[in-house]
Design a protein. Structure first.
Lengths: 205, 324
């Protein structure tokens, strides 16, 4: 039957010529190609000593941000968990006690916050859903582990360090619009938390 | 029996029916939203102005339109009256303004609030509000007061709908809380740190359209969209209590017990505090079956498509009118 696409090749078993029968020229040609590769630049790199440059918006391991004063931004609202298509995020909320105002930004905070890095597909929807600018994906790669349980990252691995110089910079991930929005003081989550500001009550008329 | 036309739907209703009630008889697609009106509470309504509609024809005798939008929860129908609600861009625009006023002092702390997901103000803001606030003064703040170990009061979130006051008056034996002060410093409070505690006081949690009064035993336990609602009942020893409730499960645990709510977000039957706060085991209840949840509710899927359509028709109508 005639082929419809005309892409198939008909194999013909034809007689080899004298040079083809000798094999040697073909073998030498193959050797030449192989040896020439020894003098070319290698395509692989020595990871982890050397790291290939990644895009600044690469979606790798998550970070839970702190605000300028060092308080955790996450309020356990659960929007990241509900946005997560892989159901990788779980959390348990708790109420902030008196005296913990420097640790947690708002009344409610995540006492437990876990991301299962094996379930996570690094789509970045949690980052998009977050109303408090608390969770961001970074250009770090999730470490390899021996146990499956070790891939469930808790707050110890997710929350960034308090020290200013060890903070993880995510400003490159935010476009100009977001950075401009962050200057709007009428949005509560943009305001810097002030320990001296106390709740005040207006007096009645 | 007066005949009234709302958004093109004609209905015959008994004398003395308000426009809002008539609209609810027609169905959800014409009923205006209501933040303070509560069909189970006498004399409720008339405070929030979210239910405003336009009366384009007063009655058969006097066909003149009413000069301003009217609060549909307080306006009785007349024979031959014609009302527009969602089909009028003016009404939607006016309602947008009302929502903006309601939100002026609202703290917008939905990520922290336990009411988020079943909050009427959230729905209203999503359907009719603007996406951005124009208000950049400091918002109202109050000293926190403790009104007992069962009910949590967040005065900053209150929109002063008076529903809880009327519930306490009409459902419980004696009201101990009320609205103190006037104007922008008005607040829900109890005198001398009195705790709200009698058999039916828990119902103020259910009638609160926002997160001002929430269940303290459920505080920060879970977001509502992670819980599964199940209808259940028990033979309550309190004769005033129906015993028909809704259990909110997370896994095997009953995180909270509420009254059953109808399609208008109003409780069907009042329940007592014993059912609400003290019976949080599956063995206390006879399960009637899973609650029928609207697929387009936050509890159902965290999507808002249906409600969004409503707004779009208003926008399209406005564009059409502008073209003409």
């Amino acid at each position: 039957m005639q082929s419809l696409t005309n892409r198939s090749k008909v194999v013909v078993k034809k007689e080899m010529t004298f040079t083809e029968k000798m094999y040697l020229p073909a073998i030498l040609n193959g050797m030449r190609i192989t040896f020439s590769h020894m003098f070319k630049k290698s395509a692989t790199i020595k990871y982890p000593e050397h790291v290939r440059p990644r895009s600044s918006v690469y979606r790798g391991q998550h970070v839970l941000k702190r605000d300028e004063a060092g308080a955790e931004r996450c309020t356990a609202c659960g929007l990241c968990a509900v946005a997560c298509p892989a159901e990788a995020i779980t959390m348990v909320a708790a109420e902030r006690k008196k005296g913990e105002e420097n640790l947690y930004r708002e009344e409610k905070y995540a006492a437990v916050y876990e991301i299962n890095m094996l379930r996570c597909i690094f789509c970045g929807l949690c980052e998009e859903a977050c109303p408090k600018e608390a969770i961001f994906l970074t250009d770090r790669i999730v470490d390899t582990e021996y146990e499956r349980n070790d891939f469930v990252y808790g707050k110890d691995k997710l929350v960034e360090p308090v020290e200013k110089d060890k903070r993880i910079d995510v400003s490159v991930r935010q476009n100009e619009k977001t950075l401009e929005f962050k200057t709007h003081s009428e949005y509560g989550h943009n305001q810097v938390w002030d320990p001296n500001k106390s709740l005040k009550k207006k007096s009645g008329h | 029996m007066p005949k009234v036309t709302i958004d093109g739907h004609e209905i015959e209703v008994p004398k003395g029916t308000t426009i809002l009630q008539a609209a609810r008889m027609i169905g959800q697609h014409v009923a205006p939203p209501a933040m303070c009106y509560y069909s189970k509470l006498k004399t409720s309504g008339g405070y929030c102005r979210t239910c405003i509609v336009k009366v384009t024809k007063g009655s058969a005798q006097n066909p003149n339109p009413m000069p301003k939008p009217v609060a549909s929860c307080r306006t009785e129908v007349m024979d031959g009256m014609e009302v527009v609600n969602f089909t009028s861009p003016d009404v939607l625009e006016a309602r947008k303004g009302v929502v903006e006023f309601l939100l002026i002092n609202h703290p917008l702390d939905c990520p922290v609030c336990d009411q988020a997901g079943e909050c009427h103000l959230q729905d209203l803001g999503y359907e009719h509000g603007a996406s951005k606030t124009r208000y950049d003064f400091e918002r109202r703040e109050f000293e926190k007061i403790d009104i007992g170990d069962k009910i949590q009061l967040h005065m900053t979130r209150c929109i002063l709908c008076y529903r809880c006051v009327k519930t306490a008056d009409q459902v419980t034996d004696g009201r101990v809380h009320g609205v103190l002060n006037r104007g922008d410093v008005a607040e829900i409070s109890t005198y001398i740190q009195n705790s709200i505690d009698n058999d039916f006081s828990g119902n103020v949690i259910d009638v609160c359209p926002v997160g001002a009064l929430t269940d303290k035993t459920f505080r920060f336990k879970s977001r509502v969209w992670f819980t599964k609602p199940v209808d259940a009942h028990r033979n309550c020893t309190n004769e005033k209590c129906s015993g028909n409730v809704r259990l909110w499960y997370k896994g095997e645990d009953v995180l909270r017990v509420t009254a059953r709510k109808d399609q208008w977000g109003e409780v069907e039957e009042w329940i007592c505090n014993s059912c609400r706060f003290d019976h949080k085991k599956t063995s206390d209840w006879v399960i009637d079956g899973p609650t029928q949840v609207d697929r387009h509710s936050v509890i159902g899927q965290n999507h808002y498509e249906l409600q969004k359509l409503k707004l779009d028709t208003g926008k399209q109508l406005k564009q059409l009118q502008e073209k003409k």
